[in-house]
Ligand binder design. Structure first.
Ligand code: NAG
Length: 466
């Protein structure tokens, strides 16, 4: 055969073949790198196709067997004992962090699905959940080991890589403390010990079969327990004051327009490079559409930046996951608008309440590649009464019920109880080895200077005490 190609000896031919493949790979890698990191408005569709799905656009998405959790429950027996005369009333009860257990169950049916799931998982686990299961978890930056003893919160170990971690950790500890402080049965609570992570993803810090408390999980991450995220307590960026979630809701309610005055368009602002495949798909699907107002933010120039409350001026608000769950969903749900989300891959504690169809529909679900976005939006733009109903359901379900401070506190205590029901070890607040307390009380932990919170272990931190 080489005789037919006298200009190319076999060895050389092999070499040039390698070169061609090599250059192609280099070009492809460069193109993909560009596609994933560019924030330019337009990149060629072939390039968007090429982008690897990576961590943010897998085929799987959260699908709940019980798709209408607003109208069904985790079959709790407590349901039956709830006083029939008491009903949750938004204006009266939303800020009440001290609802009792039967009131919580009556008010927030369907909110405790993931806790019930965690209980089933750990009940089936040999011996239940024990101290050894916690000892197996390496405490990475962004993680805390803590315990509740006689209704008080104690911090054993805390690690933070920076301010972001430290502030999220304080948010979680404070939320736990608030839920405990509002509990009239606080002193008789079952003692539990646990580990939580404030990282975006389970796989960033731990293994999905460990019993860590996390903000979000994928459907296959079954050992972990979901907790409400840090921003219910408060979240602020250096250039951007946000505040406690219920305060954001107040601010939004003050400026939320009457439905008829809202713009009948779909709004989205963000940085495509956070989740290029998903976000570019949205940008493409809405490009040049009369109902589309989808733009990318340039934080350097400040162009296209839209304040949170200004999103409420639109009838439709798109929601896209980032590198993991996006804590912004609940801010969008604070507007009386229609949330349009792709099939979600990460579950947060309140996602079980999302209903995509039927009379209780409270958001619009589209495919992960946004291929049916136009098909779903256009009938709603044409018939805004239907859209109004979905927006009303969203407000009733989320802003005025499952995202209230009352619901958040109920969820925390249900988590303590659910986790406590499978926790099969004792919690010793005293270390016999060191002859000191094993944990630092929350009240003292928040008084530490910031640098001392970054690599905190109660053992060494408390060695100064007599
Ligand atoms: C709790 O642990 C003990 C062993 O320490 C075991 O015998 C028992 O079955 C466990 N309980 C549950 C509910 O798994």
């Amino acid at each position: 055969m080489s005789a037919n190609y006298p200009w190319m000896r076999p060895r050389r031919r092999g070499l040039s073949f390698f070169c061609v493949i090599g250059s192609f790979s280099c070009l492809a890698i460069l193109a993909i790198w560009y596609g994933m990191n560019s924030d330019r408005d337009y990149i060629h569709p072939i390039l968007t196709q090429l982008l690897p799905a990576g961590h943010c656009a897998c085929q799987t998405s959260t699908t709940f067997q019980c798709s209408t959790c607003v109208s069904c429950s985790e079959s709790s027996t407590l349901q039956l004992s709830a006083s029939p005369s008491w009903k949750f009333q938004y204006p009266r009860d939303a800020r009440n962090e001290a609802l009792d257990q039967t009131q919580c169950q009556a008010a927030f049916q369907g909110l405790f699905e993931d806790i019930a799931r965690g209980e089933r998982y750990w009940r089936a686990h040999d011996g239940g959940l024990v101290t050894d299961d916690l000892d197996d978890i390496t405490i990475q930056p962004g993680m805390v080991r803590a315990f509740i003893s006689q209704g008080h919160l104690h911090v054993v170990t805390a690690r933070a890589k920076g301010e972001d971690h430290r502030r999220k950790i304080l948010g979680v500890l404070s939320s736990i403390h608030r839920a405990l402080a509002a509990d009239r049965d606080r002193a008789s609570r079952r003692d539990i010990e646990f580990v939580f992570s404030v990282e975006d993803k389970v796989e960033d810090v731990t293994n999905a079969h460990h019993p860590a408390w996390v903000f979000a999980r994928t459907p296959t991450e079954e050992g972990v327990w979901l907790m409400p995220d840090f921003s219910f307590w408060a979240w602020d960026n250096p250039q951007n004051y946000i505040g406690p979630f219920d305060q954001v809701v107040d601010r939004i309610k003050r400026v939320d327009l009457p439905w008829d005055e809202k713009t009948p368009q779909l709004v989205w602002r963000g940085k495509p490079s956070f989740a290029p495949k998903l976000r570019r798909a949205l940008i493409e699907a809405a490009r040049d559409k009369p109902w589309g107002d989808v733009k990318q933010i340039d934080w350097d120039t400040g162009s296209n930046v839209l304040r949170m409350e200004d999103h409420c001026r639109y009838m439709f608000i798109a929601h896209v996951e980032g590198r993991s769950y996006s804590a912004s969903l609940k801010y969008r749900q604070a507007c009386k608008s229609v949330i349009v989300a792709h099939k979600l891959q990460y579950i947060q504690h309140h996602h079980y309440l999302l209903v995509a169809s039927g009379p209780n529909q409270n958001y619009v679900e589209v495919e992960r590649d946004f291929s049916n976005l136009a098909e779903k939006i256009e009938p709603l733009v044409a018939d805004t009464d239907l859209a109004h109903r979905i927006a009303t359901n969203s407000v009733k379900t989320f802003r005025e019920r499952y995202l209230t401070a009352a619901a958040e506190a109920c969820y925390w205590r249900a988590l303590f109880d659910g986790y406590g029901s499978v926790w099969n070890s004792s919690v010793n607040p005293w270390s016999d080895r060191t002859g000191k307390e094993r944990g630092l009380r929350y009240e003292s932990f928040i008084l530490l200077e910031s640098p001392k919170m970054f690599e905190f272990t109660a053992d060494t931190a408390m060695s100064g005490y007599a």
